[in-house]
Design a protein around this ligand. Structure first.
Ligand code: MGD
Ligand code: MGD
Ligand code: SF4
Ligand code: MO
Length: 765
């Protein structure tokens, strides 16, 4: 290995993005440049706490930080919004404009007109976190709140109505105690790629116990390829139908845990139904065809909907019903759909029916539960504004605010939105354009400068969102600022990394803290905002807050910086979610109104009567399957006969790192397509194809592979949108094909629900 003496300094840093692993990296600096990156090398694979190896993306950070797309100076839009034409201005000009406009908009429209859009580009920083914007706005009287996330809107609501609790899952290391594992749309080999994520624990559990793993996913994922004993391809959006077929076998063959259902659950059969509900509405009645629709949910019923043969459904049900304990889990792919709440709730029915909830080696049906140390974020204070929109509904809050209500759009704190969004803070987010649905419609809404009047983008790169800024500010990257970084979804580890500034800011980049402090100064609230600290002093202050949680951390901040990285292994046995409830449901009731697992949800029963839904959407008290606008029988939608999902891809984290050419070479952007679908259209591997629907069109190369089921495409989400003609994207950016129609309960993003057509791209001569 190169000796440290070859370099001027070596500092600890992190990969910031929201893949969730927050890997430590070491930056080797020479003559003011980072010239080499290494991964964590403290510990080894076998030790506890273990080594956290960064993936290719973290190791490729230099290509990203020094990219030609890097923003280096404050810019002001010239020409129409979104054209991408800017002129360079000074920091003073930029900050004065922001402060003047913010003041004007606050005065003219009030605080509900200001919105900090969802964005995850710098979740790895504590001081350089989006919380700074919230803190500033709270001091200035508040901002429009947001709830949900683009990650988990539907599953969050599913868990809320079923269990009333968050994080109900067992640690994945608990797999060593399982007889069988069933993964619905969960792909940790790609979405939790490094040593700090789930994949390492999965490798170890599989090695130790040889537990049988079944992956249910439209794609033969890297997880299926690496770990699964069997892959069952399923039509996207139909997991609830599969569960219906499985439940029918479990019930009719006596494989359900009746005792558990009687003592812990509401609404499995008539005996535990709420008294005021008419008979025939229990889960058992629904499955056996004794409910209002009179349809028994047999495997033969589920087969044509899901694309899984009835025989295979029966066999899977018997496997699940006889393996005790069974670890049934789902990723967040099944829920990022038009009726994702129903898929997520339905998958939970398998562990509920078989009594695998709250057991070692079992699971609740939720995603695997994390272990994390509760280190604090910066204090953001109270938001005086109580109105909150689902984060996905922001385009409606600009375009048709008066049509966004509690009953049709999940608005909280008000019956109806009264103030449109007029000012957007977009920090470390490409959700303004690239990551939100229906890019072409979003652009149309934002191009109208009378609607949203001011957009401030603070980013490292000239992204598709940055092009829609009125004022565009260059932020320091993680190489250029000190901060603290905590673990995210770490299953077996808690971490604290003392990130150190490695190089001077590129160009005129500034930290988010400095930007907010300067705006605060111009608005007359500098002292409130800074509390007399600068960026580095805040980092030190937050370190001392961490010491309150982990008093064994060095007393002296410089000593901590010297050590650079702290890790804690999860103590004791793997966590078993809902264990106390399982052991004694009377003394430890759940947070649902009944205190039980609500298979039948009285709250959803009421919502079904009162909420206003567009035609085709339903809310049901039971986790029923209903076809949606996006997974209709393709024969009934001949124009767009293919379903198109968009998986989270190893080349990048969302859109971040898409502009690293090394990663594009390692994992190119291609649409997955089954050979049967390709042959019908005379498409060959690596051909350029055009994928289109009513929302737009994109061009990308085809990956013709049996690793995806016929009738389904998967276009890896996050590619940088590049518009080449009206509505046409040339870079395989999936959000020109997705819809802004929200899911029924959560009002979440249905971005894996899309109907499309594909054909070979032919250059017009
Ligand atoms: N490499 C990489 N890692 C990431 C990210 C990234 O962009 N790149 N993003 C991070 C973030 S913020 C998040 S929220 C998580 C996302 O994590 P997930 O939401 O779990 O990831 P997805 O790839 O969307 O979906 C997981 C799997 O579900 C499958 N799937 C899609 N629809 C269905 C369905 O209807 N039924 C079933 N059974 N399966 C289905 C997909 O094929 C995919 O393999 O990943 C994180 N990790
Ligand atoms: N079709 C489809 N769309 C999706 C999804 C999907 O599955 N399918 N997934 C959704 C999900 S789960 C999520 S979480 C969202 C994610 O959407 P976003 O949160 O917008 O995530 P990114 O696209 O990574 O954008 C992050 C931005 O932060 C910038 N950035 C990175 N590091 C730093 C930093 O240190 N400082 C600053 N100032 N900026 C930085 C990057 O340049 C980038 O522009 O996308 C959602 N969109
Ligand atoms: S992208 Fe995720 S797994 Fe890869 S280095 Fe960064 S934090 Fe780690
Ligand atoms: Mo996410």
């Amino acid at each position: 290995m190169n000796t440290i003496r070859t370099y001027d300094k070596v500092v600890w840093s992190t990969c910031n993005v929201n893949c969730g692993s927050r890997c430590p990296v070491r930056l080797f600096v020479k003559a003011g440049r980072v010239v080499r990156i290494e991964s964590d090398n403290t510990g080894d694979d076998a030790s506890r706490p273990h080594e956290i190896r960064a993936c290719l993306r973290g190791r490729g950070l230099r290509r990203w930080v020094y990219s030609k797309d890097r923003l280096q100076h404050p810019l002001k839009r010239i020409g129409k919004r979104g054209e991408g034409r800017f002129e360079r201005i000074s920091w003073d000009q930029a900050l004065d404009t922001i402060a003047t406009e913010l003041e004007r908009i606050l005065k003219q429209y009030g605080n509900e007109a200001v919105f900090r859009i969802y964005g995850t580009g710098n979740l790895g920083g504590v001081v350089s976190s989006r919380d700074q914007v919230d803190r500033l706005m709270h001091i200035l009287g508040g901002r429009l709140n947001l709830h949900n996330s683009y990650s988990t809107a539907q599953i969050y609501h599913a868990m809320h109505y079923t269990y009333g609790e968050k994080e109900t899952g067992n640690n994945i290391s608990d797999l060593v105690n399982s007889k069988l594992a069933v993964f619905f749309g969960n792909n940790p080999a790609e979405t939790r790629m490094c040593g700090g994520g789930t994949v390492r624990d999965l490798v170890l559990a599989k090695q130790q116990s040889g537990v049988r793993i079944i992956v249910i996913d439209p794609r033969h994922t890297d997880t299926a390829a690496g770990f699964a004993d069997e892959w069952i391809p399923i039509r996207p959006g139909t997991d609830a139908a599969l569960v219906g077929g499985l439940a029918h076998v479990l019930i009719t063959e006596g494989l359900v845990d009746q005792g558990f259902l009687d003592s812990h659950c509401l609404g499995y059969d008539q005996a535990t139904m709420p008294r005021d509900i008419p008979p025939g509405n229990s889960y058992k009645a629904y499955i056996l065809g004794e409910g209002p629709d009179r349809i028994p949910k047999t495997p033969e019923w589920a087969a044509p909907i899901t694309g899984i043969p009835a025989r295979r459904i029966t066999r899977l049900a018997r496997e699940i019903g006889t393996a005790r304990p069974a670890y049934i889990t789902q990723g967040w792919g099944p829920q990022r759909h038009a009726a994702g709440e129903q898929s997520a709730r339905a998958i939970c029915m398998l562990p509920i029916l078989t009594g695998n909830v709250g057991m070692p080696g079992g699971n609740s049906g939720d995603r695997e539960g994390p272990f994390g140390i509760p280190f604090p974020g910066i204090p953001v204070g109270d938001n005086p504004v109580k109105t909150s929109i689902p984060c996905f509904m922001w385009t409606r809050a600009i375009d048709a605010p008066h049509n966004l209500t509690a009953l049709n759009g999940g608005l909280r704190g008000r019956e109806r939105l009264t103030t449109p969004i007029k000012f957007i803070w977009n920090f470390a987010s490409n959700t303004l354009i690239n990551q939100h649905s229906d890019i072409n419609r979003t652009k149309e809404i934002l191009r109208n400068e009378k609607k949203c009047e001011m957009i401030v983008v603070i980013d490292n790169m000239m992204t598709a969102s940055a092009r829609f800024a009125d004022i565009l500010l260059p932020a320091t990257s993680s190489f250029e600022e000190s901060d603290l970084c905590y673990q995210s979804y770490g299953m077996e580890l808690g971490t604290l990394i003392m990130r150190q500034k490695a190089i001077e800011p590129l160009g005129e980049s500034r930290t988010l803290f400095d930007i907010c402090a300067q705006v605060a100064k111009r608005m007359g609230v500098a002292e409130n905002f800074t509390e007399g600290r600068n960026h580095d002093q805040w980092v030190e202050y937050m370190y001392h807050q961490c010491r309150k949680v982990k008093p064994e951390l060095p007393e002296n901040y410089r000593d901590a910086v010297e050590t650079g990285i702290f890790k804690w292994a999860r103590p004791g046995e793997p966590r078993v979610g809902l264990k106390e409830f399982r052991n004694d449901p009377v003394s430890n009731p759940l947070n649902t109104p009944s205190g039980k697992i609500e298979i039948f949800s009285p709250r959803l029963w009421d919502m079904a009567q009162t909420w206003e839904l567009p035609k085709g959407d339903v809310i049901t008290a039971l986790p029923e399957y209903h076809p949606t606008w996006g997974n209709l029988d393709p024969e009934r939608s001949p124009m767009y006969p293919l379903q198109c999902i968009g998986h989270h891809y190893k080349q990048r984290t969302h859109s971040t790192y898409d502009n690293n050419p090394w990663l594009e070479e390692a994992a190119p952007q291609m649409v997955w397509m089954n050979p049967l679908d390709a042959r019908q259209r005379d498409i060959h591997h690596r051909d350029t194809v055009r994928i289109f629907n009513t929302f737009g069109q994109t061009m990308v190369r085809a990956k013709v592979t049996p690793r995806i089921m016929p009738g389904v495409l998967s276009l890896p989400q996050g590619a940088w949108h590049r518009e080449v003609a009206g509505g046409v994207d040339a870079n395989g950016s999936i959000n020109v094909l997705t819809s802004q129609r929200p899911s029924p309960i959560a009002k979440g993003n249905p971005q894996h629900t899309n109907l499309v057509q594909v054909e070979k791209f032919q250059e017009k001569s």
